[in-house]
Design a protein around this ligand. Structure first.
Ligand SMILES: Cc1ncc(C[n+]2csc(CCOP(=O)(O)OP(=O)(O)O)c2C)c(N)n1
Ligand SMILES: [Mg+2]
Length: 341
């Protein structure tokens, strides 16, 4: 099933970006893909334990939206979070070492795949409870509104999460208080093994905002430029003090829900068709080549650079030691409430 196109789903008609920007998006999407492939391998080798949800197929969503963000903007997401961390500039070594449970990881090896944070990059997790991050995102936006700055919070969640009650409550409060929050619904068509069609009779998730007076739109999430453009509209709306905005980004995940997924809920042909016809990275690759912005050689060079970064991260994640036993007793409670977050 290709991503559902609604009447309002936007695509980027005339790409308005420089060749350098396009190359940057290519690099960033490729970094996520190669990183996730490597994480899948390390998982298979038994070096990563516990839950591990890969982002392969959805790369254009977070890369497009990060291209619309500015320094100081915040982001919070679910357990499918490695791509979000890489896209906002977190160190691949620290992310991979967290996956392998090592000291050099972002949570000193004590959090794992779903529990990483970076104050420096304004990344607020990594949440394993479906939709739990949505009211947190509204709260982060509340803090910015309270402080009177013009920051925006990107709050990512899935199509399954969109059916949760706390999402409706967050919409209501966010609109009531004009909070600068972008609710990003990453509609990858499935919640674990449940397709959207089996979960709801009102599948246009962004339209639910209408009930609260929240503006929104659906966008083609396999087109990084369309995502960026829609992201810019959403950011402008929030920064102008007009309250929240909903972006429903139509995307697709190629791999299983997590590393243990019998994949009985969709056919191999469906996945294959998306990979072959709608792949977001291939789309940008073709734009670069046909537009004469990059040669095959240039792209090979980028591929090699990315491969080296990912291999280095994997090496680091194997060499970094396991956390000391004494770490069991640290980072349990905050010493003091942070004042400058
Ligand atoms: C409150 C809660 N219920 C159930 C689960 C188990 N669970 C984990 S992911 C998931 C599906 C969520 O799907 P979606 O929101 O579409 O996100 P996606 O995995 O597609 O990114 C479920 C039911 C959970 N983690 N938390
Ligand atoms: Mg989903």
């Amino acid at each position: 099933m290709p991503p559902r196109k609604t009447a309002a789903a936007t695509t980027a008609a005339t790409p308005n970006v420089s060749a350098d920007e396009l190359k940057r998006y290519y690099r960033e999407m490729l970094l996520i893909r190669r990183f996730e492939e490597k994480a899948g391998q390390l998982y298979g080798m038994g070096l990563i334990g516990g839950f591990c949800h890969l982002y392969i197929g959805q790369e254009a969503v977070v890369v497009g939206l990060e291209a619309a963000a500015s320094e100081g903007d915040k982001r919070v997401t679910s357990y499918r979070d490695h791509g979000h961390m890489l896209a906002c500039g977190m160190d691949p070594k620290g992310v991979m070492a967290e996956l392998t449970g090592r000291e050099g990881g972002y949570s000193k090896g004590k959090g794992g795949s779903m529990h990483m944070f970076s104050k420096e990059k304004h990344f607020y997790g990594g949440h394993g409870i479906v939709a739990a991050q949505v009211p947190i995102g509204a709260g982060l936006a509340f803090s910015d509104k309270y402080k009177g700055n013009d920051r925006v919070t990107f709050t990512y969640f899935g199509d399954g999460a969109a059916n949760q009650g706390q999402v409706a409550e967050s919409y209501n409060m966010a609109q009531l208080w004009d909070l600068p929050v972008i609710f990003v619904i990453e509609n990858n068509q499935y919640a674990m093994g449940t397709s959207v069609k089996r979960a709801t009779k009102s599948p246009d998730f962004w339209e639910r905002g209408v009930a609260y007076g929240i503006k929104g739109e659906a966008v083609d999430g396999m087109d990084v430029l369309a995502v960026k453009e829609a992201g810019e509209r959403a950011v402008a709306h929030c920064r102008a003090g007009k309250g929240p905005y909903i972006l429903e980004v139509m995307t697709y995940r190629y791999r299983g829900h997590s590393m243990s997924d019998p994949a009985k809920y969709r056919t191999r042909e469906e996945v294959q068709e998306m990979r072959e016809k709608r792949d977001a990275i291939e789309h940008v690759r073709q734009m670069l080549l046909t537009g004469g912005h990059a040669s095959e050689e240039d792209l090979k060079r980028i591929d090699k650079e990315i491969k080296d970064i990912v291999n280095e991260a994997a090496e680091f994640s194997k060499e970094s030691p396991e956390p000391d036993l004494s770490e069991l007793w640290t980072d349990i409670y905050a010493d003091a409430a942070p004042q400058d977050a």
